[in-house]
Design a protein around this ligand. Structure first.
Ligand SMILES: Cc1cc2nc3c(=O)[nH]c(=O)nc-3n(C[C@H](O)[C@H](O)[C@H](O)COP(=O)(O)OP(=O)(O)OC[C@H]3O[C@@H](n4cnc5c(N)ncnc54)[C@H](O)[C@@H]3O)c2cc1C
Length: 397
């Protein structure tokens, strides 16, 4: 096994292990860099990849409006932390160790989980080159691009388009459908399948606008339809639908309900009924005071919140204040959720529409302005995170 360095680091400073390089950890690392704190911690980041994909910029990338670098957060390269490229597969809470797939166990004083979530697949279905979960997003982009390249190479064209089913009718699924259509037009035959209504959580005017836009672009929609099972053969995939029909496609993209890995609950950490780490408002585990969690993988006790990148980013600010304190008496900051968040929904052609709480902005004069505003917010965020200056405290690579 490759040797892990984190367990050998100095005892005199806090041994902080960041599990997963999600949006919250990217923000916390960027904040520490700017403030140049005292040398009080060794920081180890365990991540399967050096880049995390910033979800807000993915529709623009899929639509061909920007290159891949515009949606990559350089969590593993930009900050000079001790990086271990691996997947975490368990936590030993008695020994205070993180269990990795390919490295020796890694000791920690404080560990922080920010590993996102993965979309739920029907029982017996596993990810493959035809069954592509939308998360982790880096993997999704690699698989989708490879699969599309294979399909186009073997002679798909307008008369014989590549059929893609997008399963999950929330904003993520809608944005991906519109973006792919904007980029590939008649070369793709797209279908959006949703267990509930399309964009069900959104204000009525936004929901109606998005449904009309999907129809205008010839994207077939199947609301109130569940995919029960999948059958994969050498040349296609069949989705068995709750309507009794079978939908045949080349590729399926899954933006369904978020799930957590089994090892989290198996570790003995307190979780909610869906297996997400239960934390208090300071983002600290309600069962283990040395564990923090943020973003999709966290569930704040008595505070139901959607799984969203905006929240993961905001929780990064709270984490940056709470993770670097060894003293148990230190008063931790509390994450204060807002009553409403701005959603900017990309239409894939440079335009966007928006909602804030129960208000929506969908009228034509706003759409290009909102599209420009969204691109500027996304680019500013990615640039801010990727600004490369090493951290000014005790770090080893
Ligand atoms: C198509 C789509 C579009 C979306 N668009 C938006 C949007 O516009 N705005 C918005 O607010 N939200 C959006 N979301 C939701 C958003 O993607 C998530 O809520 C957000 O990414 C959660 O961030 P996170 O920091 O919790 O984790 P992530 O950003 O998912 O990062 C988790 C990281 O941990 C790594 N990791 C995973 N497992 C392990 C492991 N076992 N060990 C080590 N590392 C691990 C992953 O590789 C990844 O790098 C969208 C979602 C989808 C599916």
């Amino acid at each position: 096994m490759p040797h892990s360095t984190a367990s050998q680091l100095s005892n005199s400073c806090l041994n902080l292990v960041l599990i997963g390089g999600g949006h919250s950890h990217a923000v916390a690392l960027a904040k520490w860099r700017r403030k140049s704190p005292q040398p009080i911690a060794t920081i180890t980041l365990i991540t399967p990849t050096l880049q995390t994909i910033y979800s807000g910029a993915v529709p623009g990338y899929l639509a061909g409006l920007c290159d891949r670098r515009a949606c990559e957060l350089n969590v593993g390269t930009a900050f000079g932390v001790n990086v271990i490229l691996d997947d975490v597969v368990g936590l030993d809470l008695l020994k205070q160790q993180v269990i990795c797939q390919n490295h020796d166990p890694i000791d920690f004083d404080i560990a922080s989980l920010n590993i996102g979530s993965t979309p739920k697949l029907p029982p017996g279905t596993i990810a493959s080159h035809r069954v592509i979960p939308m998360k982790p997003m880096g993997q999704m982009l690699d698989r989708l691009e490879q699969r599309l390249a294979d399909c186009f190479e073997t002679g798909f064209e307008e008369a014989n388009p590549v059929s893609i089913a997008i399963v999950g009718g929330g904003l993520g699924g809608v944005e991906v459908a519109l973006s792919l259509k904007a980029r590939w037009g008649a070369a793709l035959d797209l279908t959006l399948i949703s267990r509930g209504a399309i964009a069900a959580e959104q204000p009525k005017p936004l929901q109606q606008f998005l449904i009309a836009e999907l129809q205008r672009r010839s994207i077939a929609i199947h609301p109130h339809t569940t995919v029960k099972t999948t059958i994969e053969t050498a040349d296609h995939l069949s989705l068995q639908l709750s309507s009794g029909n079978t939908h045949r496609c080349e590729i399926s993209l899954w933006a369904t309900e978020a799930t957590a890995p089994d090892w989290l609950q198996a570790s003995g950490l307190a979780t909610d009924d869906r297996g997400f780490a239960m934390v208090d408002a300071t983002l600290r585990s309600v069962s283990h005071s040395t564990i923090f969690a943020s973003g999709d993988i966290a569930a704040i006790q008595n505070t139901p919140l959607p799984k969203s990148g905006v929240l993961a980013v905001r929780q990064g600010h709270t984490l940056s204040q709470n993770l670097l304190h060894k003293a148990p008496t230190h008063r931790l900051s509390r994450f204060q959720p807002r009553s409403a968040y701005l959603s900017l929904v990309s239409l894939g052609d440079g335009r966007a529409v928006a909602s804030y709480g129960r208000s929506a902005w969908v009228s034509a004069p706003f759409q290009f302005l909102l599209g420009r505003w969204k691109r500027s917010i996304d680019q500013t965020f990615v640039d801010r995170i990727n600004f490369e200056t090493p951290l000014h405290f005790n770090l080893r690579v």
